[in-house]
Design a protein around this ligand. Structure first.
Ligand SMILES: Cc1cc2nc3c(=O)[nH]c(=O)nc-3n(C[C@H](O)[C@H](O)[C@H](O)COP(=O)(O)OP(=O)(O)OC[C@H]3O[C@@H](n4cnc5c(N)ncnc54)[C@H](O)[C@@H]3O)c2cc1C
Ligand SMILES: C=Cc1c2[nH]c(c1C)Cc1[nH]c(c(CCC(=O)O)c1C)Cc1[nH]c(c(C)c1CCC(=O)O)Cc1[nH]c(c(C)c1C=C)C2
Length: 474
């Protein structure tokens, strides 16, 4: 009676279970998903208040771009979520406008040719000048380098210090001086290797022919979506996956923390949980790499899994009485040179006003994100700073950065430990060591989740699908 076990009930684990029941049901008589906590969804968590307001504790939007983005749209069609999508289209202010908080001031990032030609007050040259000279920069022979080093070479150090530094904080909550260009932005790394410059890559790369075999992808292209959420927030996606898996007899077990995994000589795998022991034929691990490292006894796997770090963040949702945002846009980021604890702020009410409370006067929802590569552990924040002091620090930052001086009417603090894995320079070697060990010994172990090949929700879903396809091919 072949059994597949999925470790972890975040979006990666749920998507794996979904694809296993969809494509692999004939290979397994049992598909079990083990989740340590009492809920499914992992970092995806949307808190809905009785008055309709939604606070996102983790991710708040998805991008419909690239093969990953298209794959998620297909999944949404399969889950019949089309009608619940809240798209942001190219001309919406929240899609067009992003800001940097630099030198104690908010600055709009250029979003037009005019903006590229005009010199920004926080840069010594207009963006267009840097972009035009990029084509003549020499190509690097390095096998990998930091994102900061790559952009210092290809653009200039100032761009790397301010713009690229901020973007890396807004995706990885990470330090671009440590993050790997090869693993974090593989398309840009390959573009230089293949075309010699980013300019030539943009001008010469063959135009991707999008195969539009899905009505939702067609709609997204026609309406020019740039990102989207759902009527009930991001958790609607993981709730729909959970429901579909339940309806298709996947055995979803919450409060089931896995304690050890042993590969037996007969090809089976012994999985010990709190109060249970399971014999499995294949294991799909969708938990953080270090958490998997703790469960295994094989040193090569343990050492490589343990060498992928992650950073912690504090996410503070705030709601204010009235419409108070001084600008319209997605939000702003601060470069690490600002030296403050704030990574950035998201103007939730501007992106998704549908998530504002509905039954009373207008309000403004904001999210402040803190920590990342600049704090050892957010749990330590809980030790050295009280929640009251943390709130004072955050409301002070909102006052300084957005001139919102009044007190929030509602707030929520989420301390997310080890929530974003960091792909440091050399990450690709770790991945290759893990893959080589697993394939040489033909271990029935599949590594998915945000620790390996992409941290976005789209990456997590596509990697889950590829792992299931890979398993079915063998
Ligand atoms: C603040 C924040 C903002 C983000 N914003 C965006 C965004 O806007 N867009 C975007 O695309 N992405 C965003 N991301 C990234 C994205 O949310 C995550 O990378 C993704 O949700 C990770 O999903 P996962 O299933 O791989 O891991 P997780 O969500 O970490 O799920 C792993 C699960 O495994 C369980 N588990 C752990 N150990 C065990 C064990 N021993 N036994 C059983 N279960 C175990 C955990 O309890 C957890 O539920 C954001 C992330 C954060 C933290
Ligand atoms: C703690 C700070 C974080 C903020 N967002 C994330 C973290 C860790 C995580 C995150 N944000 C995005 C992605 C997905 C990337 C993808 O490939 O789809 C992830 C994992 C989207 C995103 N958000 C911002 C940017 C520049 C991006 C990249 C793609 C895009 O241009 O849409 C901006 C942004 N993120 C944060 C803030 C405060 C912010 C402000 C403008 C927080």
């Amino acid at each position: 009676m072949p059994t597949a076990v999925v470790l972890g009930g975040g979006v990666s684990g749920l998507a794996t279970a979904f694809y296993l029941q969809k494509y692999g049901a004939s290979k397994f008589s049992k598909i079990i998903l083990l989740e340590a906590t009492d809920r499914f969804g992992g970092w995806i968590k949307s808190k809905r208040h009785p008055d309709g307001a939604i606070f996102e504790c983790g991710p708040r939007s998805l991008r419909p771009v690239g093969s990953q983005g298209k794959n998620t749209l297909k999944l949404l069609s399969e889950l019949q979520l089309e009608k619940d999508i809240l798209p942001l289209c190219r001309t919406d202010p929240a899609a067009k406008n992003r800001y940097l908080f630099v030198n104690k001031q908010l600055h709009a990032l250029p979003n037009s040719l005019q903006g590229l030609v005009k010199r920004q007050p926080f840069m010594s040259h207009a963006f267009i000048w840097t972009l035009l000279t990029e084509n003549w920069k020499t190509k690097s022979p390095l096998e990998d380098e930091s994102i900061h080093s790559y952009f210092s070479r290809r653009l200039n150090q100032e761009m790397a210090d301010v713009l690229i530094d901020s973007i890396c904080r807004g995706i990885y909550a990470g330090d671009c001086r440590k993050l790997s260009i090869k693993s974090c932005f593989p398309d840009l790394f390959n573009a230089e290797k293949q075309y010699g410059s980013l300019t030539r890559f943009v001008l010469l790369k063959p135009k991707a022919t999008t195969q539009v075999d899905d009505a939702l992808i067609k709609k997204c292209l026609e309406e020019k979506w740039t990102s989207y959420s759902f009527k009930n927030g991001m958790q609607q996606l993981t709730d729909a996956l959970t429901e579909t898996c339940n309806a298709n007899k996947v055995d979803l077990r919450s409060n089931s923390s896995v304690k050890s995994i042993t590969f037996l000589d007969n090809g089976k795998i012994n999985i010990k949980c709190d109060n249970d022991e399971i014999k499995a034929d294949a294991v799909f691990s969708a938990i953080f790499s270090k958490d998997l490292g703790k469960l295994l006894q094989i040193d090569t796997l343990k050492n490589n899994l343990n060498s992928i770090p992650a950073v912690s963040c504090a996410v503070i949702n705030l709601e204010y009485e009235g419409k108070l945002l001084p600008v319209e846009g997605f939000g702003h980021l601060s470069p690490s040179s600002e030296n403050g604890p704030v990574l950035g702020m998201i103007y939730d009410s501007c992106s998704f006003p549908q998530h504002d409370r509905t039954d009373v006067t207008p309000s403004t929802r904001l999210t402040v994100m803190l920590g990342g590569a600049w704090s050892d552990s957010i749990q330590n924040i809980g030790q050295w700073i009280s929640q009251t002091d943390l709130m004072s620090m955050v409301t002070e930052a909102v006052n300084q950065q957005l001139q919102i001086a009044c007190h929030p009417i509602r707030s929520q603090i989420s301390l997310l430990n080890d929530c974003i894995p960091q792909y440091h320079v050399g990450h690709s070697n770790i991945i290759s060591n893990l893959n080589t060990y697993i394939s040489k010994r033909q271990l029935p172990l599949y590594l998915i989740g945000s620790s390996y090949q992409g941290v976005s929700v789209n990456d997590c879903i596509l990697n889950a699908k590829l792992a299931v396809e890979n398993f079915l091919l063998n």
